[in-house]
Design a protein around this ligand. Sequence first.
Ligand code: AMP
Ligand code: GLY
Length: 423
Amino acid sequence: MNILIVGGGGREHAIAQAVKKSPKCTKLYCAPGNAGIAAMAECADIKVMEFDRLVKFAKKHEIDLAIVGPDDPLVGGLVDAFEEAGIRAFGPERKAAILEGSKAFSKELMKKYGIPTAGYEVFTDAAAALSYLDNVKFPIVLKADGLALGKGVLICNTLDEARNGVKEIMLDKKFGTAGNKMVIEEFMTGREVSVLTFCDGKTIKIMSSAQDHKRAGDGDTGLNTGGMGTFSPSPFYTKKINDICKKTIFQPTVDAMKAEGREFKGVIFFGLMLTDSGPKVLEYNARFGDPEAQVVLPRMKNDIIDVMEACIDGTLGKIKLEFEDNAAVCVVLASKGYPVKYTKGHLIKGLDKFDEKDGYYCFHAGTKKSTKGIVTNGGRVLGITAKGSDLHKARSNAYEAVTWVDFDNKYCRRDIGKAIDEV
Ligand code: AMP
Ligand code: GLY
């Protein structure tokens, strides 16, 4: 099969690595890809929102399966564009990707179908949102309705902060049109877990749990980022909790989408909070997580193409998803200053030491080829990932591998996976 992956981050590198293992893959393309993906696929310099060019490319190269990685093109309808051109594509159609694309939609869905989540109100009018704040308990959570690069969530401790937040989102349009509507919701406490699942519109299969580290600094300090590291599985996500989630969250979500005429085929990533009163949904994503995919996919035993085709064909019920009985940790190497201001173009050394046969992976995120070699080209540069027989071993392996690579202004958190010490 000729396969095209759309996207160019660490997640897409992890998808590419899994696809490459499939005997069904004869030729792999990626748009736009990055320097790491270029070692295993032919990269095309097309941006993820250039739908016409992507469809044209897919037709020209007789693509048998297109896999869409990031949220923006999914929410914008890239899968529909491929399908209209007769190209099979993995990922939800636009009408289903709204599960991630609109927080107001997802909250209303959960309310209508009794799926546990934080209590909330939706606002389309800043004045109404501001007066609602007079009677809420703090902290309170403000969310821009649309996609905002993971930055559209504000946790406000005081009335002043919250009023300011409403102004930023709805009046100053800090997150653009994503702030035309907003959700104000109750603050929940508990441990967070990400659960990645495959879905064929009616059946849902759970991959594995993972935990992200969203803040830039050690001890969960500093600004929110795209994710500074992950581990999988989460030891806090027990079998008992999984059973509850299956019954009260996962299957009800798939059924709800179907009942709404929005059959979801692809990956649903459930962002959950394990609260004292049970697991609740923080958010839905309509795609693999980044950097969750980096710790989940290397542990998957199935041929990923078989699973993706089963999602498209509605035959996921026949697939037995299997994972290695081990663990993985991913430590993101970022450019110092991320997520605010950082320099690019620094030569990266030590990339040749990684061998997936030994359980070590160096997933590229912000990298680029140059005349001097592979150089840094973004805030999150690499996802250094290692497997181990358990989480402790995986963590020490990952931090050992972090020392293999060097570039100017290299920065990483030192406490990825520290939570496992509490088990
Ligand atoms: P989201 O993009 O919705 O996942 O939100 C980003 C982060 O904000 C989450 O990972 C949580 O840490 C936090 N968050 C979101 N909603 C809530 C909530 N209702 N209560 C507490 N924390 C929240
Ligand atoms: N790591 C969080 C996300 O992919 O949204």
